[in-house]
Design a protein around this ligand. Structure first.
Ligand SMILES: [Zn+2]
Length: 395
């Protein structure tokens, strides 16, 4: 395999270091071997594949920490779920993983499909059967009977049932566990803020997963459900719409991540026609407080990783650029936005990626514009590199 050498006007490492001008990235055998000033790069070899992007900015491959690849982002999410079969889910997920990759998203965390389809899709990507973002998956969500997402997940109520479900998922190959700690916007008949499990129940499931080295994400909208999940030791809070002082304190103390998905309610409200009334009403209810919670989390310095909830209404795959612009407009400096979509996201996923430094997976993106001055820069992807190979060239 020949080395890949990319020259660009600027390189941003994804850790928050100052940009390097007139930079080079060298990838070999799927790993980064050099990232820095072009003058310091290893001596060129005759069979190097060389790419010059004189105006471009090199950044790490983007990571979307919250997607639903089986879902296309149609107006009626629950309706799409009802009509889905395992075969149609797999086909859609394969196409959506490709769309995400071509938008510069080299890795995703999928937080729920139907049955255990996403495990197969993730495997197909790893084995080169399909072409798309690298996938880490919580294939089936765990929820109380009648709780949020019951139409795609497993309904489990007691601590014993939770432990059994966690064991079954890990046995099947799940890399993540996702538990619904509160109601949600896209499930009819349950208040979005209602808490689902007790702290003890959540802790039983989370301890069981941690024992096996598997991390746990929780969908949590209401203040009480967020606090319960954090007390129980959850690794990431998804949405976190109503973040009280106690939640912010626990997030900071635990070193847990917030994945806000600001774009999800925004698209439900403004993306187009046909969203069911219950989803519109609940999005209206959470919208303003959600942005306010996010701003307070930024100010409190808690760990934040970027995620979109892509697959929900009008929230299409590859649309991470929308979320990154919203995170900035809600108060996050552009330097931190980039870190949230790269090295912090990789830290949450516990993978050797998310930064341009030697030894890490050779995932990188060249943007046509500078993301440290232009919040919309992520929309114009010139080049995508995954595992040291150019997988998209939009120049
Ligand atoms: Zn979701």
């Amino acid at each position: 395999m020949a080395r890949l050498v990319v020259h660009a006007a600027r390189l941003i490492d994804g850790r928050g270091s100052p940009p390097v001008s007139e930079a080079a990235l060298v990838c070999d055998e799927g790993k980064i071997v050099y990232a820095g000033p072009a003058g310091g790069a290893p001596v060129a070899k005759p069979d190097d594949i060389r790419i010059d992007s004189a105006d471009g900015t090199l950044i790490p491959g983007l990571i979307d920490c919250h997607v639903h690849l089986c879902f296309d982002g149609v107006a009626d999410f629950a309706g799409e779920a009802r009509a889905m079969t395992p075969a149609s889910a797999a086909l859609k997920a394969a196409r959506n993983a490709r769309r995400a990759l071509e938008a510069g998203i080299t890795t995703v965390r999928d937080l729920g499909g139907i049955e255990l389809v996403m495990l197969e899709v993730a495997r197909a990507q790893r084995e080169g059967v399909i072409f798309g973002s690298r996938i880490f998956s919580a294939p089936a969500v765990l929820t109380v009977t009648g709780g949020h997402g019951h139409f795609i997940g497993w309904e489990v109520d007691s601590a014993e049932e939770l432990i059994k479900a966690v064991r079954r998922l890990i046995k099947a190959g799940a890399q993540w566990i996702k538990i619904m700690s509160t109601g949600g916007v896209l499930t009819p008949g349950i208040g979005a803020q209602r808490s689902a499990y007790t702290v003890d129940q959540l802790a039983s499931a989370i301890d069981e997963a941690h024992e096996a080295g598997v991390r746990v994400a929780t969908h949590a909208i209401g203040a009480e459900g967020i606090v319960r999940a954090l007390r129980a030791g959850v690794d990431s809070v998804e949405h976190g719409c109503y973040l009280g002082d106690e939640a912010l304190k626990l997030l900071a103390e635990n070193g847990a991540w917030l994945v806000a998905t600001l774009v999800a309610p925004e698209r439900i409200l403004h993306g187009g026609e046909g969203v069911p009334d219950y989803a519109l009403q609940k999005s209206e209810e959470v919208g303003a407080v959600h942005r306010d919670s996010f701003r307070r989390a930024v100010d409190a310095g808690v760990r934040i990783a970027a995620g979109t909830d892509a697959g929900t209404p009008f929230n299409t795959h590859g649309g991470l650029w929308r979320e990154l612009a919203l995170m900035h407009s809600a108060g996050m400096p552009l330097e931190r936005v980039l870190v949230a979509a790269t090295s912090e996201a990789a830290a949450l996923l516990n993978i050797q990626a998310g930064a341009l430094e030697p030894g890490l997976l050779a995932d990188a993106v060249v943007l046509a514009r500078d993301p440290l001055t232009d919040p919309a820069a992520y929309r114009d992807v010139a080049l995508v590199i995954q595992d040291g190979v150019v997988v998209f060239d939009g120049r």
